[in-house]
Design a protein around this ligand. Structure first.
Ligand code: S3P
Ligand code: PEP
Length: 451
């Protein structure tokens, strides 16, 4: 049963004790989507371990199954038997991506050049999000699009007889747009080039190379990346693929340990790819005690364990250039900033307006409801903190079907005597189904609200 068939589930977090113990973080959401997409496309079998079993990723698995991939759970792993590049089958029914922007946009790219029809649907949040950013380059490649309202779900696409390779400069910092064009290139003859002026998470490039795609990346003297992919080559299953732990999920126990007095928490198996570590970098600059230990490789990526302790924080200016490496972590950073001495200034946040909710507005409203001083601009946020933030809380936060808003404000509640309520915790299952249990195991109080 997904969130669409249930009623809202309010949750309250409150301060009862220091957090302590060890938490293992579930698999990275971005990499898990791609493991199903690339494993399901490649010929042969890939055994995926550590996959995130969140609703978003499961929706991508279901879409790949609807187009011919065979995906089966086998103990702790998933066995993915792919169709072979170019051999996806026309789905018989609409592909339902629920709450998942990544799943919807990357799959649109993947199936775009196929000479068949595919219909995309999603929940109320996903149906408000802009899809033109992916559909525009697909149209240049020859894909037809029919949408009820302009470039929003529900929509159908139909590929041309033969798609045309393009050179596409990504107009906003978006790994989803970059990836959609690269996935479309897989079934397009010739070389498609994606020009990426601002580097975003590079999981697509790295994983496609691992699956045997003919892809090369060149960074020019201005730091602009040129990613070239020659289409219609063979992709082969990689045997075994291990998904590292998600730094965007780790953000919540990290911030909780930093702001709840007396805490010391070890967080294991966190992906340390530099395109994803902006929050850790920022918290370290603010004075957080985060020890990065046991660095190692997993799934071709750097991972580490983090020992995080309650810390005195100072406000900082977060440069706009860091936004792509922590784009999903601003709601959690805003909560940490509420406990920092002075102001934390966050700029370059325009992309937050088009996430599962308008995250800038939702964060500002949640801070306001709980007594945290802040100012919201068009694409910036300034939080003025209080290191003794015990007086915060007592408010109810509207989550607007956004998992990260729900988890961030529950983390705020863990440090407030009055506690914090979120109007709906169902969305947490899209990216971090273990969240409530994991926080409780560390000694935090999160309870359902009855009535
Ligand atoms: O490619 C990906 O896996 C993602 C890219 C980001 O979105 P944008 O491409 O919209 O920035 C991020 O917010 C999302 O959670 C996952
Ligand atoms: C923005 C997010 O995901 P998506 O775009 O896949 O819905 C997120 O997980 O914070």
């Amino acid at each position: 049963m997904t969130h669409e068939t249930q009623t809202a589930r309010p949750l309250t977090a409150k301060r009862i004790a220091a957090l302590s113990g060890t938490a293992r973080i579930p698999g990275d959401k971005s990499i898990s989507h791609r493991a199903f997409l690339f494993g399901g496309l490649a010929s042969g079998t890939t055994r995926v371990t550590g996959l995130l079993e969140g609703e978003d990723v499961i929706a991508t698995g279901r879409a790949m199954s609807a187009m011919g991939a065979r995906i089966a759970k086998d103990g702790d792993s998933y066995l993915v038997e792919g169709v072979g590049n170019g051999c996806l089958m026309e789905p018989e029914t609409a592909l339902d991506f629920g709450n998942a922007g990544t799943g919807a946009r990357l799959t649109m790219g993947l199936v775009g050049p196929y000479d068949f029809g595919a219909t995309f649907v999603g929940d109320a949040s996903l149906s408000k999000r802009p899809m033109g950013r992916v559909l525009d380059p697909l149209r240049e490649m020859g894909v037809q699009v029919v949408a009820r309202s302009r470039d929003r779900l529900p929509l159908s696409i139909h590929g041309p007889k033969v798609a045309a390779p393009i050179e596409y400069r990504v107009p906003m910092a978006s790994a989803q747009v970059k990836s959609a064009v690269l996935l479309a290139a897989l079934n397009t003859p010739g070389i498609t080039t994606v020009v990426e002026p601002i580097m975003t998470r590079d999981h697509t490039e790295k994983m496609l190379e691992g699956f045997g795609a003919s892809i090369e990346v060149e960074t020019d003297k201005d730091g602009v990346r040129h990613i070239r992919l020659e289409g219609q080559g063979n992709l082969k299953g990689v045997g075994h693929f291990e998904v590292p732990g998600d730094p965007s999920s780790a953000a919540f126990p990290i911030v909780a340990a930093v702001i709840v007095p007396g805490s010391e928490v070890t967080i294991e198996n966190v992906l340390m790819n530099p395109t994803r570590t902006g929050l850790i970098e920022t918290l370290l600059e603010m004075g957080a005690s985060i020890e990065i230990t046991h660095r190692r490789k997993s799934g071709g990526e750097d991972v580490a364990d983090l020992i995080v302790r309650h810390s005195e924080l100072a406000g900082v200016e977060v440069p706009a250039s860091r936004a792509p490496s922590m784009i999903d972590e601003y709601p959690a950073l805003a909560v940490a900033a509420a406990f920092a001495k002075g102001q934390t200034v966050m700029r370059g946040l325009d992309e937050l307006r088009v996430k599962e909710s308008d995250r800038l507005a939702a964060v500002a409203a949640g801070l306001a409801a709980n007594g945290v001083a802040h100012e919201e601009g068009e694409d910036w946020l300034v939080v003025t903190g209080d290191p003794d933030g015990r007086g915060y809380g007592g408010g109810t936060v509207e989550t607007h079907l956004d998992h990260r808003i729900a988890m961030s404000f529950l983390v705020l509640g863990l440090a407030c005597e009055k506690g914090v309520t979120v109007d709906d915790g169902r969305m947490i299952a899209t990216s971090f189904p273990e969240f409530v249990g994991l926080v409780q195991a560390l000694g935090g109080s999160i309870e359902g609200v009855s009535g």
